[in-house]
Write a protein that binds this ligand. Structure first.
Ligand code: ATP
Ligand code: MG
Length: 404
C-alpha cells in the first residue's frame, strides 16, 4: 500500500477490529480467530479485496479501496465487538502527533454538538521497542492536539472522545471512532444447523440468533402449490437475502408440501392436522440436514404463542425429528421478537400479508394438548415414506449470496 501524504484529508486507510469473547476460549482461540478472519474476508469481498493481519489478539484489515463501505460490512460479522477505521503514518512520535492533529480536526468538524468535549488519548504499542512508553506518547500527542483547539478538556475516565493510537512495527494508526459490531461468535464455529423458515416474524430471528452464536445456518421452507402462490416463495427468498447480510452465503431448500397436506386432510383426524404437518416438516428437515451435515434443527417456536406451541404439541412435533430441535425464541415475548426482527432488517418483509402453507386446510378446532400415541396412530394410515420420498424429489435448491 502506498502511504498517503496527507492521510487525514482523505478517508481512513485501514480498519482495526476488536473481538471479545474469543479471547476466553483457551486452546480453541486460534480456531476461532481463523474463522473470524475468514468471515471478515468474505464479508468484505463484495466491496473490496482485503489484506488481513492477525497478531496478539488484534486484527487489522487493509482494504484495497472503499474503506468505509468495507467497515460497514464488517460491523455485521459475528465475533466482532468494535471496529475503528484508522489513518496510518510512520511509526515515529512526530508523524503520529501531526496525523493525530489532522484526525482530531476532522473529528471536531463532524462533532454533533458545539461546546466543550471531554477527551483523552489512549496509546497501545504492539511494537515494544518504540522509544517512548504509552503514557509518554499519550502526553506528547495530547499536548499537540490541545494547542490546536480550545474545545477539548482532558478527562481520563469516561471521556466523550477518545483518540486512539496504535503503534505497530512498520506503521502507526490513529483513530477516534469505535463502531459497534454484533458480538457473538464467528459463523461456522458452532457447526451447521437447518432452520425451518416460514414467512413469519419469528423464524428469521431464530436463524439470526443461532448465527450469532456461531452456527452456519441452512434453510428449508415448505410450499403448497397451487394453494399458496409464488409470492409466498418469493417472500421467504427475500428473508434469506436479508439474512445473507450476516452470513454471506445462504442455501435455501424449497420443499413441495401439497401432497403431504392433502393426504393428512383426507386420512388423519382433523384436529391433528397442524401437528401432523409439523411432524412432516421436521422429518423432511432432518433428511435435508443429514445431507448438508447439519447437527440440529432450528425453529421460531415460542412457548404458548399459538395453539400448536404448547409443550405437549412441541413434544409431539419434535418426536418426528432425528436431530435435536433448538428453539432460540422459546421464552421470548412477541414484542421481543418484533424488536429484534426490526433491528436485523427482516420485519418489513415478514409482515407482508402472504399466506403460509400451514393455513391450508386449517382445522376448525386444532388440538392444543396433543398426544404422541394419537400422532403415531394417525400416521399409520399415511404412506409416510412414499410421501417423504416424493417431496424430497421435488426439492428446489436456491443459493443466495450477500447483497452488495
Ligand atoms: P414464524 O413467525 O416463524 O412463522 P409463528 O410464531 O408464526 O412463527 P408457527 O407458524 O406456528 O409460528 O410456526 C412455528 C415454526 O414452525 C416456525 O417458526 C418455523 O420454524 C416452522 N414453520 C412453520 N411454517 C413453516 C413453513 N411453511 N416452512 C418452514 N418452516 C415453517
Ligand atoms: Mg408462522
Amino acid at each position: 500500500m502506498i502511504p498517503n501524504q496527507e492521510p487525514a484529508d482523505s478517508g481512513p486507510e485501514m480498519i482495526l477490529v476488536r473481538y471479545g469473547e474469543l479471547a476466553l476460549k483457551g486452546k480453541n482461540r486460534s480456531f476461532f480467530e481463523h474463522a473470524l478472519v475468514r468471515n471478515l474476508r468474505s464479508a468484505a469481498a463484495y466491496t473490496s479485496p482485503v489484506r488481513i493481519e492477525l497478531s496478539r489478539g488484534r486484527i487489522a484489515v487493509f482494504p484495497e479501496r472503499r474503506v468505509m463501505e468495507v467497515a460497514r460490512r464488517l460491523q455485521d460479522v459475528f465475533g466482532v465487538k468494535t471496529i475503528s477505521p484508522a489513518w496510518g503514518c510512520e511509526p515515529d512520535a512526530d508523524p503520529i502527533a501531526s496525523l493525530a492533529q489532522r484526525v482530531m480536526t476532522r473529528t471536531l468538524d463532524e462533532w454533533p454538538t458545539s461546546g466543550d468535549i471531554s477527551f483523552r488519548v489512549r496509546t497501545k504499542r504492539s511494537d515494544k521497542s518504540f522509544p517512548m512508553t504509552s503514557t509518554e506518547l499519550d502526553l506528547y500527542i495530547a499536548e499537540g492536539v490541545l494547542t490546536n483547539t480550545d474545545r477539548l478538556r482532558v478527562q481520563l475516565k469516561g471521556a466523550q472522545l477518545e483518540l486512539g493510537i496504535e503503534v505497530r512495527e512498520k506503521r502507526a494508526y490513529v483513530f477516534t471512532k469505535r463502531l459497534p459490531g454484533p458480538g457473538g461468535l464467528p459463523g461456522g464455529t458452532a457447526g451447521r444447523m437447518m432452520c425451518l423458515l416460514s414467512g413469519g416474524i419469528d423464524s428469521p430471528v431464530a436463524a439470526w440468533l443461532a448465527m450469532k452464536r456461531g452456527a452456519r445456518v441452512f434453510f428449508v421452507t415448505y410450499h403448497s402449490h397451487p394453494y399458496i402462490g409464488d409470492a409466498s416463495k418469493k417472500k421467504v427468498i427475500d428473508l434469506v437475502r436479508r439474512l445473507s447480510r450476516f452470513q454471506v452465503r445462504c442455501r435455501l431448500f424449497i420443499v413441495p408440501f401439497t401432497e403431504i397436506q392433502t393426504s393428512i386432510r383426507d386420512l388423519a383426524p382433523e384436529a391433528y392436522r397442524t401437528v401432523l404437518y409439523r411432524r412432516f416438516m421436521q422429518r423432511l428437515a432432518s433428511r435435508l440436514a443429514y445431507r448438508e451435515k447439519c447437527r440440529a434443527l432450528l425453529t421460531g417456536e415460542s412457548l404458548g404463542q399459538v395453539a400448536s406451541q404448547t409443550i405437549e404439541n412441541m413434544t409431539c412435533i419434535e418426536d418426528a425429528s432425528d436431530l435435536p430441535v433448538l428453539r432460540p425464541l422459546v421464552c421470548f415475548d412477541k414484542e421481543e421478537a418484533v424488536r429484534l426482527a426490526r433491528e436485523i432488517g427482516t420485519y418489513e418483509t415478514s409482515i407482508q400479508p402472504e399466506p403460509d402453507c400451514c393455513t391450508v386446510f386449517m382445522p376448525r378446532r386444532p388440538i392444543i394438548f396433543g398426544s404422541l400415541e394419537e400422532c403415531r396412530a394417525a400416521e399409520e394410515g399415511l404412506e409416510v415414506e412414499g410421501l417423504m420420498a416424493r417431496a424430497l424429489e421435488g426439492v428446489e435448491r436456491v443459493d443466495i449470496e450477500a447483497e452488495v
